[in-house]
Structures are given as C-alpha cells and as structure tokens.
Ligand binder design. Structure first.
Ligand SMILES: [Zn+2]
Length: 334
C-alpha cells in the first residue's frame, strides 16, 4: 500500500477529514517548491478516490480501480501535461471539458490532474475557468504547480489551496536516511536542496554532489582569475543549465548572508562555509547582490533563451577575476 511521504502526513490527514465530512472541494491547488512530492500526493489522492475499497483512506492496490489506475487506463482519470518544452494548449483543455461532461464510468468520481498548471497558456487557462465555474458532479480537479503566482488570479481564487512546505523533522530525516544510507550525506543534501527531500535524493543519485564539488572548485578558480571564462562556459553548458544556475545562486545567497551576518549564520551550503567565507571576503556586498540579481534573471531567461551559450559566457566574463580585481584595488599602490 502506498502512503503519503512523512512530511505530507498532516496535510493528508486534514484532507481525509474533509473527505469523510463530505466537504472535499471540486478544485484543489497543490503548490510548493519542486521536490516535495506534490504530484505523487495528487496521484495518491486520485487513486484513493477511485479505489473500490480504500483502507483508512489509502488505495488498496488490489481492486479493479487500483489496477486500472496503475495500468494508466482508468476511464475516470485524466492527466494533462504539456508536450516537451511546450505549453498546455486550449485543445488539451477542451478535450478535458468534453470528457468531464460524461458521467463517471464507475459511478464514483472523476479526477483530473493538471501539472505543471503554470504551463497553461492564456487561452487554455480561460477555457479552464469555465469548468471551475460550472464543475461537473463528482469531479475533482487537481492543479499542481511550483509557481502558483504564474496562474491567473481568477483560477487561484476558485481553487482551495493546499500548500506544501519543506520539513526538517525526525520523520523526514529518517525517511531520507533510509533512501540515501548515509546520515551526514542526507543532512547535507537536504540543506543544499532547500529542504526538498525528493530533490535531495535525486541530486545524490545523479552524482550531483560530486558535480557540485567540482563546480565549486571551478567557480573559486574563476573568481581568483585562474580560470578562463569562455572555456568554462563551454564546459558548464554540458550540465543541466537551470540546476547549475540555481546552484550558483545558492552560493551567492550564502555569501551575502556571510557578508551581512554573524559568522554563525545558517547556510544552505554548510559544508562550504569556510571556502564561501574566503570568497566573499574578496568581493563587496554590492557586487554580490548584483550578481545574485543577474542569476535570477538568467534563470528566468534560460527557460526560453535562444542562445544559452552567450548568456552563460556573458555572466562568467562578469565574474572572471572579480576577486583579483578587488584585491588589487584594496592593495596600496606604490
Ligand atoms: Zn483499490
């Protein structure tokens, strides 16, 4: 039997109470950072509603409803996703509306998951609004997104919100150690990933921890003026860009914290404290904040930038020898 993740347990129980009281709304907006298992939660909820004999609110895993769901052929379930690199289109939403107008084949419920809901284009979002205004009977719409602010306010206001947050409690840590084996590595991966346990597991499994260590060494060399920025840009382009930019951004946030705060300030990269401290002593706070803003802009642009290489080269050129320049400026000239 599948369970919600430990950090979702409270949210799950609260929802179960609403279901038992017959107060489940017709549309839920599941939001929160990536790596918190929102989509798994949505699937579990859908399965439990379509299960013929749920056990304490959880899908039994054996009945015909559960089997059809697992096979991906349950007639009362639809998942709407964008095609690779595209938006969710009005055509997809119209198909959904046609399907939703039918009565449930099994007489229980009809469940739709739209994920990521923020990828609906404006026409699709407007078409969806209609179904939110006139929901079908026994229909449940689950919108899943890490960027709820990117949805139309009218869509947000017609959904009940379920927000997922990072937890660093004993149950979550226990689960993560079970997945990763090593407690210290698990703790570090969780910190690096902003408390999102599934991202931590994925990072460790994909060799991301080793890659991050290598990247940091190259970043130090770049700031010290010992690394050629154009060559480095070409090298970094081989890596997943959004994650690389997010990693760089995380280091900047920590450097700004170190620069502004006490030596004991909490960091997202606790293992790099000493080296980040050494780096941030070479640059001033204004530069750091400017780079941080640039990184955020780059992350936004990189979603649809036609020349990612140029973008990365420009940024690395800006960083190149940044430490050396400031050190020179600070050194008295004779
Ligand atoms: Zn079942």
């Amino acid at each position: 039997m599948q369970h919600p993740y430990p950090w979702q347990e409270t949210t799950w129980q609260a929802l179960q109470q609403r279901i038992a009281a017959g107060r489940l709304p017709h549309a839920l907006l599941l939001s929160g950072a990536a790596g918190l298992g929102k989509l798994d939660f949505a699937h579990l909820l859908a399965r439990s509603l379509l299960c013929d004999s749920p056990e304490q609110g959880l899908p039994c895993g054996r009945c015909r409803g559960c089997q059809l769901f697992t096979a991906g052929t349950h007639p009362d379930f639809q998942a709407v996703r964008p095609e690779e690199g595209k938006e969710i289109t009005i055509g997809q939403i119209r198909d959904l509306l046609g399907w939703q107008a039918l009565t449930p084949q099994y007489g229980r419920a009809r469940v739709v998951i739209i994920e990521p809901a923020d990828r609906m284009n404006l026409n699709a979002a407007n078409a969806l609004l209609k179904t939110l205004e006139e929901p079908g009977r026994d229909a449940l719409l689950l919108l899943v997104t890490a960027r709820p602010a990117a949805l139309l306010p009218t869509i947000r206001s017609r959904c009940q919100q379920l927000s997922f947050a990072a937890q660093n409690d004993a149950a979550t840590r226990g689960w993560l150690i079970g997945q990763m084996g090593d407690a210290a590595q698990a703790e570090l991966a969780l910190a690096i990933c902003g408390g999102a346990p599934l991202r931590a597991v994925a990072l460790a499994a994909s060799g991301g921890m080793e890659q991050r260590a290598r990247l940091f060494g190259e970043f130090e060399a770049l700031i010290g003026g010992q690394q050629e920025p154009i060559a480095l840009a070409a090298q970094w382009l081989e890596l997943p860009l959004q994650e690389t930019l997010a990693t760089l951004h995380g280091w900047h946030v920590d450097m700004a914290r170190l620069k502004a705060g006490a030596a004991t300030v909490r960091l997202d990269n606790p293992d790099l404290r000493r080296r980040l401290q050494a780096l941030c002593e070479q640059v001033d706070l204004a530069q750091l904040l400017q780079r941080q803003g640039q990184l955020l802009e780059a992350m936004r642009l990189a979603r649809g930038h036609p020349n990612v290489q140029l973008l990365l080269e420009e940024m690395l050129l800006g960083w190149s020898g940044m430490g050396a320049t400031v050190a020179q400026r600070a050194a008295p000239t004779r």
